[in-house]
Design a protein around this ligand. Structure first.
Ligand code: NAI
Length: 630
């Protein structure tokens, strides 16, 4: 009796996401007039073969006939297939390297393209059992080696019989022929691989369904006993989160569900039960009641800037990290501010409106260049600072005021007081945050201090400007023009009416809170938030988390990383280290950061641990969450 374990892996639609002959068709038929119809026919034949309606021989012969492929197409095919290796195979290269002599590729495809692909994953060419193309003298593919076992029905079974593997045999594949190996008594277990294709005829027969290779490795304890397969991480993305985000999460191997609308509290309480990662935008409230139902939740991604809709402290108490996209739309707001400063100084909006009312008013009166004008930026954060750089490059003299100490970029000049800024600026733009103290921070007293003919912008928060005072100073001509994107009260839906005392005043550009609304900003958000969440899941890094203590971690190699989240109480770090010392475990790195509510400790250890350590660490009083990376 031997304990050797062998892994039999299918190629098409398992090792790679696609059927190689379909891809070869795309390449070989590139210049063919009937390309589309031939490709469709080839795909149909592939499917008929899979469903058992054609013999393997018929399926291969008919497809090769239609393909009209040549030796010169093969390098292109190999390049294309390299890009199409299944995501979970790509991220588990270590498995292939470690078990290379025990891994066999048994496929009804062709060695000509399989070997170059799998060799990069340390699979030995002599462990690849597949068909071979036959070429004519000119290099045209005319057929295949018909003597190969794998060109006949039941070929996989016969091939495995001949291999006479002594030990446990595990088969991973997406097709019925893979299952047949098990049915013939030649394998201990058959895993239906469904990452790329799912066929009920196959999954019904399988011992297990493996939505990814991670699942297979996890079930067979081939990574570590504790590592967690990514397909078991359920992601729920609400409110039509951008498709790029959905794709990134799927590519990572998560089990992703999407829902177009927001959910109310009761619906979310129900849906969140098995969810590990929740993605929302502004309409879904993550309340304490929701969190009480969220026992598997690891992270919340706010695919927007604001996080008022999330109970951040409640999340902390549950050990749930929250991430948002704080500067994904910064540039969009800045570009809009620049365009409005120019438009207002040139009275473009007023002139355009007159034209729409058939009035021609050609005059230079009241129109100015922005070059050499003084721009006063209130709030020198992400947006204010970026605006500073762009405005300066267009020749404006930049002044800024911030309640915090901020580095002046380029030639910008810091003002010691708000008053100083108000008094000297030709254009004033607000980019402060929404803290409550900022309510009505710009009112009559502030407008009074401004220069006559100033241009004024608010693209930050609605409540920071006293709108009635703004109307007064626009009407008395002190303010020459204003751009307002945010309002104390904003309609909830596009169909709700908008009302404001600003409506109808000339040279006032009113926009419906669209400063950050661009396609680019949406795309940035869609990649930024998943990036932060995956980093947190994969490394424990909390950089840019809204609620967690921010810990940027070095990469860990040849170590296990223990991630411990606890209530911030004295002495917990000592207790963690005591447990490790008692189990004779050497710490190679340790990082701790706390805030008022939680402590976040990362410990890298350098040896195999026994499960008792984990139990002991979980038992430490005030532990909120504990997980291990390897
Ligand atoms: P940020 O947080 O990076 O910068 C805000 C800055 O304002 C900080 O430096 C802060 O110290 C300063 N500040 C706060 N109160 C102040 C005060 N009373 N006086 C002077 N400085 C003060 O924020 P970011 O990303 O630059 O955004 C700025 C504002 O723009 C935020 O209110 C944000 O909600 C809003 N925003 C609006 C968008 C739109 O669609 N119109 C899109 C994106 C952001």
């Amino acid at each position: 009796m031997t304990n050797e374990k062998y892994y039999i892996i299918d190629f098409d639609s398992t090792f790679t996401q696609v059927e190689a002959l379909d891809v070869l068709a795309e390449i070989a038929l590139q210049d063919d007039d009937q390309k589309e119809s031939k490709i469709r026919e080839i795909e149909d034949i592939t499917n008929e073969g899979m469903d058992g309606k054609l013999t393997l021989k018929e399926s291969i012969e008919r497809r090769l006939d239609l393909l009209d492929a040549h030796r010169k197409h093969l390098p292109m095919l190999v390049d294309a297939l390299k890009e199409k290796v299944s995501a979970s195979f790509r991220r588990n290269r270590d498995f292939f390297e470690k078990h290379s002599d025990k891994i066999y590729i048994i496929s009804n495809g062709f060695k000509d393209f399989i070997v170059p692909i799998v060799r990069e994953y340390h699979v030995q060419p002599e462990n690849v059992y597949a068909n071979s193309f036959v070429f004519d003298q000119g290099g045209r593919i005319t057929g295949y080696d018909e003597n190969s076992l794998l060109a006949s029905n039941n070929g996989k079974v016969e091939q495995l019989r001949q291999l006479q593997l002594e030990g446990d045999v595990y088969v991973i594949g997406d097709g019925y022929t893979d299952y047949e190996i098990k049915a013939a008594g030649l394998a201990n277990k058959f895993y239906a691989f469904t990452e790329n294709v799912e066929r009920s005829t196959v999954t019904e027969k399988a011992d297990h369904v493996a939505p990814s290779l991670d699942e297979f490795l996890y079930m067979n304890k081939l990574n570590t006993a504790i590592s967690y397969p990514k397909n078991r991480i359920s992601v729920l993305l609400l409110e039509n989160v951008h498709q790029d985000a959905v794709d990134l999460m799927k590519e990572e191997g998560y089990n992703v569900s999407v829902y177009p609308a927001g959910l109310d509290e009761d619906e979310l309480c129900e849906k969140i039960k098995d969810v590990s990662i929740l993605g929302i935008r502004s309409k879904t409230n993550v309340t304490r009641k929701v969190l009480e139902n969220a026992n598997r939740l690891i992270a919340v991604g706010a695919f927007c800037i604001g996080t008022n809709q999330i109970d951040l402290d409640g999340c902390l108490e549950k050990g749930v990290a929250v991430f948002n996209a704080p500067f994904s739309n910064t540039r969009s707001v800045v570009e809009m501010a620049i365009s409005e400063i120019i438009s207002l100084m040139r009275k473009l909006y007023e002139r355009s409106s007159a034209m729409h009312e058939t009035r021609w008013d050609k005059s230079a009166r009241g129109s100015y260049e922005i070059r050499g004008k003084k721009l006063g930026i209130i709030g020198y954060g992400n947006i204010g600072a970026q605006l500073s750089v762009l405005a300066e490059s267009m020749g404006m003299k930049v002044f800024y005021y911030d309640v915090e100490e901020k580095l002046a970029l380029g030639n910008a000049t810091k003002c010691e007081s708000l008053q100083e800024l108000l008094e000297i600026s030709d254009a004033i733009t607000l980019h402060v945050d929404g803290r409550p103290e900022n309510k009505n921070m710009i009112g009559a007293a502030e407008f009074e201090k401004m220069k006559d003919g100033v241009v004024f912008l608010n693209l930050s928060r609605g409540h920071v400007v006293d709108i009635d005072a703004l109307v007064t100073y626009l009407e008395n001509g002190k303010i020459a023009g204003a751009g307002v994107d945010v309002f104390p009260e904003e309609p909830k839906k596009n169909s709700d009416p908008f009302e404001s005392p600003l409506c109808g005043i000339p040279n006032v550009i009113l926009t419906p809170h669209i400063g950050g609304s661009t396609v680019e900003a949406q795309e940035n958000i869609a990649s930024f938030v998943p990036g932060k969440i995956m980093d947190y899941i994969n490394t424990g890094s909390t950089s840019n988390s809204v609620n967690f203590p921010n810990l940027v971690l070095p990469a860990f190699r040849n170590a296990h990383r223990l991630i411990h989240i606890h209530r911030n109480m004295p002495g917990i770090l000592a207790k963690i280290n005591q447990v490790l010392a008692e189990h004779d475990i050497n710490i190679v790195g340790q990082y701790l950061k706390t805030n008022e509510i939680i402590g976040y400790v990362i410990t890298d250890i350098d040896k195999e641990y026994d499960p008792d350590v984990i139990k002991a660490l979980r038992k430490i009083e005030h532990t909120i969450k504990f997980r291990i990376l390897y």
